[in-house]
Each structure stands twice: as structure tokens, then as C-alpha cells.
Design a protein around this ligand. Structure first.
Ligand code: FE2
Ligand code: FE2
Length: 261
């Protein structure tokens, strides 16, 4: 698919879970995603155990991508206790890794953070009782604050939020109800209500649902690769998201509707 001058296209996917055995096997996939879009967005769990070896395999596989790449990490990228190793390998490969930061690609602002767990709505875990519970809730609050700080930096009319954990329960349907609190937190939705974006992408819920909406009506897309593969076996396992390309003379106008494939 050729790049369009009237739209900006993003190929978005998460939960690739790269292992050392993937060496040489993901290049065709990344090349296809890169060919279809103006930029590649990655929603965490990029490696399986967060090892240096896996991170290097991922970086090597991504070398075929000649477009901008923006990523957030996932919980699997933290498993070995050295997320900075994964981050460094990605940065060395030219990937912009967002951990509470923002960047701009083709005139579209992107805010990213990993996010965290904790549950949804009235079922959210509160910071009460044992100190370990307070620590858990504090982590969710800090990730929400990171996301908010990133969103507050965006100055572009078109905006995207990248997460690993889910900000709403709607895109988790299909997962066992018992594990919903470990798949995301509505604390992540709060900043997205204060700082609206055109679309929100997350992964982590491999058996969830492809699409949902925030309370504010913003579309939320679960782009976990296993979910995309299972739900749309006839399509490549990335989501193509398209936004109208901003012209300088219309930057102050209201945003027209976005489309996805
Ligand atoms: Fe995952
Ligand atoms: Fe995950």
C-alpha cells in the first residue's frame, strides 16, 4: 500500500513477545507493516522475558523498517528486571521509546506510557490497608500521572495515546472476568478524559476485544498480536489506523473523523 498525501497511516501492534528463536522470522512482518504505513507503533510486551538477547533479536528484526517507530514497553519487557536494556537496544535501533513522554510523527502527537493494573470503576483497588497494597496502587497512580504528563505536552491537533495496559474494561471482554483487575486500570482513563486524543491503543489482553470506547467516546483499540491473529485471520496482524494529514492552514479547525482497518 502506497503512502497517501492526504492521510497519515499508522501500523499498530503489541505483544510480539520476541524470543531468541524469532531471529530472522519477523522481518517480512515488519516490512509489510512498514510498507503499509507512515510509521510503526508498538504497544509493549515486545520481548518475552526482557533479556538483552531478546532485545537484540527484536532490534535486528526491526532493521527492515525504514519509517519512524514509536514504542512503549510492557510487563514482559520488565521480567528480567532490566527494562533499561530493552529500552537501550530499541533506542539504538532508532525506536522512540515513550515512558511518560510525547513525540510527534508526521504532524501527529503521540503520548505513551506502559500503564499498570488495578481494576476498573467502582472495582478499582484503593490505597488502603497494608503497605504493599498502597505500593501497588501508587504504581498505577504514577503510570497515570506519566500518561497525563505526556498528554499535556502534546500541541498537535491530531493525537494518539499508546499504552500496554488497558484504560477501559470494554476491550477486555473475552478474558476471564477474574483477571480484569490485572489487565488494566481506569486510572489510565482519567487523563484521557481531560486530554482527549483521536485514538488510544493498548495490548496485554491477548484474549480481549478489538475495539471499545472511553466514557468520553474516544475509540480504544486492543492491538495484542495474538488477538489480531485470531480475530482477523485474513488480515496481517497489525491494525492500520489512518488520520487526515494536517495542513498548516487548517490546524485550528475541528478534527474530522478518523478511520481504521
Ligand atoms: Fe502480552
Ligand atoms: Fe503484557
Amino acid at each position: 500500500m502506497a503512502a497517501s498525501s492526504s492521510t497519515v497511516r499508522f501500523a499498530v501492534v503489541g505483544d510480539i513477545h520476541v524470543t531468541k528463536d524469532h531471529a530472522g522470522t519477523l522481518r517480512a512482518f515488519f516490512a509489510q507493516a512498514s510498507e503499509a504505513a507512515d510509521a510503526l507503533l508498538l504497544c509493549g510486551d515486545l520481548t518475552d522475558y526482557g533479556t538483552a538477547e531478546e532485545a537484540q533479536v527484536l532490534a535486528d528484526e526491526l532493521s527492515v523498517v525504514k519509517k519512524p517507530i514509536v514504542a512503549v514497553l510492557g510487563n514482559h519487557d520488565y521480567e528480567s528486571g532490566t527494562p533499561e536494556v530493552v529500552m537501550e537496544a530499541l533506542k539504538h535501533a532508532g525506536v522512540r521509546v515513550l515512558d511518560g513522554e510525547a513525540c510527534e510523527v508526521e504532524g501527529v502527537g503521540i503520548a505513551g506510557a506502559k500503564g499498570f493494573a488495578g481494576g476498573f470503576g467502582r472495582g478499582s483497588l484503593g490505597a488502603w490497608g497494608e503497605s504493599v497494597i498502597k505500593l501497588f496502587v501508587k504504581e498505577a497512580q504514577q503510570e497515570a500521572m506519566k500518561l497525563e504528563a505526556a498528554l499535556a505536552k502534546l500541541r498537535t491537533p491530531r493525537r494518539i495515546a499508546l499504552l500496554h495496559y488497558a484504560p477501559i474494561a470494554g476491550t477486555l471482554a473475552g478474558e476471564p472476568l477474574e483477571i480484569f483487575p490485572f489487565l488494566g486500570s481506569s486510572r489510565l482513563e482519567e487523563p484521557l478524559l481531560r486530554y482527549p486524543v483521536d485514538a488510544i491503543f493498548h495490548g496485554h489482553a491477548h484474549r480481549g476485544t478489538l475495539e471499545g470506547k472511553t466514557i468520553g467516546g474516544v475509540p480504544v483499540y486492543n492491538v495484542a498480536k495474538p488477538l489480531l491473529q485470531r480475530s482477523r485471520p485474513d488480515q496481517p496482524p497489525f491494525r492500520l489506523f489512518e488520520l487526515p494529514r494536517e495542513r498548516e492552514d487548517e490546524s485550528a479547525r475541528a478534527a474530522p473523523a478518523a478511520t481504521t482497518a
